[in-house]
Ligand binder design. Structure first.
Ligand code: ADP
Ligand code: MG
Length: 321
């Protein structure tokens, strides 16, 4: 059902899996693929019958967006905080997927605004990157690390994070190119690939509608959506499968591991959720759990050489459900 399942309005966490096609390099070296999308709901793994994994899959981009992300975006317009993120190993399609989702989200948001002339909307945009538990502003050329503060009303606040009021979707595209440049600068400075950092694009939508019969009374709604392109999951899955405990160290991504724990505990309705254990989960706290909506897209590479990582991404998807 391309419109999303009928009960999806009540679901707080949507999980989908996206299998990308073999890429040119993989095709050039005759890489085998063990995975196949049988239909909209089933990805099959060929090794043996017992390995058949039945998971929600999404083949076309329209479906990836329609089956979760779109509902999440519509929730934000109704004042509900939310987070959309892509989880998977490096090269599995996280950036590809999040770029597409951002495009669709912006088009939907501006489409909605155009249709609701009786409501005033203010859109604000900010962007940050977390690398090795250091937070950096992607709209600023200063390389200073941003601090997280606890505000009694707002929760965790990223101190001095640039927030820009958006004029229109073209303005957003300009800002996205600024982020791209800042991200590359950071990568070069640290001599590290972006596969180890998390990028968070944040849109805050404020709306105030005049209520009928009372021209003085305004009701204002404000909500935030975080669009998160996560670091590659390869290292943390190795750490997890080795049974290693969560520890600091350049080879283990604390934020990614904590996010996994938070999602797992949320889906099991645990009472204690360890948001405070990492920068990423602190920043996302208001938009994960509680009343918030979350869409998770687990991205898979079909290549045989990536089979362990693909299984890991499916395991993550099954834990989140
Ligand atoms: P990641 O961000 O997870 O490291 P990318 O999004 O950069 O991965 O994707 C790796 C490569 O695969 C890119 O060249 C991208 O264009 C391509 N790709 C990813 N997902 C798809 C897809 N669903 N269909 C076609 N090409 C894809
Ligand atoms: Mg990427």
């Amino acid at each position: 059902n391309p419109q999303g399942s009928s009960n999806s309005q009540e679901e707080k966490i949507f999980v989908s899996v996206r299998l990308r096609p073999l890429n040119e390099k993989e095709l050039a070296r005759n890489e085998a693929s063990d995975w196949e999308c049988l239909n909209n709901n089933t990805i099959a793994f060929n090794c043996s019958q017992s390995d058949r994994a039945v998971v929600p899959s999404s083949y076309s981009f329209e479906q990836v967006y329609q089956e979760g992300a779109k509902d999440v975006i519509l929730s934000v317009l109704r004042g509900i905080n939310s987070t959309i993120f892509a989880y998977g190993q490096t090269s599995s399609g996280k950036t590809y997927t999040m770029t597409g989702i951002t495009e669709c989200a912006v088009a939907d948001i501006y489409g909605y605004i155009d249709k609701h002339k009786d409501t005033e909307f203010v859109l604000k945009f900010s962007a940050m990157e977390i690398y090795n538990e250091a937070v950096r502003d992607l709209l600023s050329s200063a390389s200073t690390q941003l601090r997280l503060l606890d505000d009694p009303e707002k929760g965790t606040v990223v101190e001095k994070l640039t927030e820009t009021v958006l004029r229109d979707s073209n303005h957003l595209h300009e800002l996205l190119s600024v982020c791209e440049v800042q991200r590359k600068v950071g990568e070069t400075a640290l001599n590290e690939a972006s596969s180890r950092s998390h990028q968070i694009l944040r849109l805050t939508i404020e709306s105030s509608a005049r209520e009928y019969g009372d021209s003085e009374k305004q009701s204002t709604l404000a909500a935030t959506v975080n669009l998160v392109d996560l670091a590659g999951s390869e290292r943390s899955s190795q750490a997890l499968s080795a049974g290693a405990r969560l520890k600091e160290g350049s080879h283990i991504n604390r934020s990614l591991l904590t996010l996994g724990t938070v999602i797992r505990k949320l889906s099991k309705k645990n009472r204690h959720i360890p948001y405070r254990d990492s920068k990423l989960t602190r920043i996302l706290h208001n938009s994960l759990g509680g009343n918030a909506r979350t869409a998770i897209i687990c991205t898979l590479s079909p290549a045989r050489s990536h089979v362990e990582q693909s299984r890991n991404a499916l395991f993550f998807a099954s834990c989140a459900k």
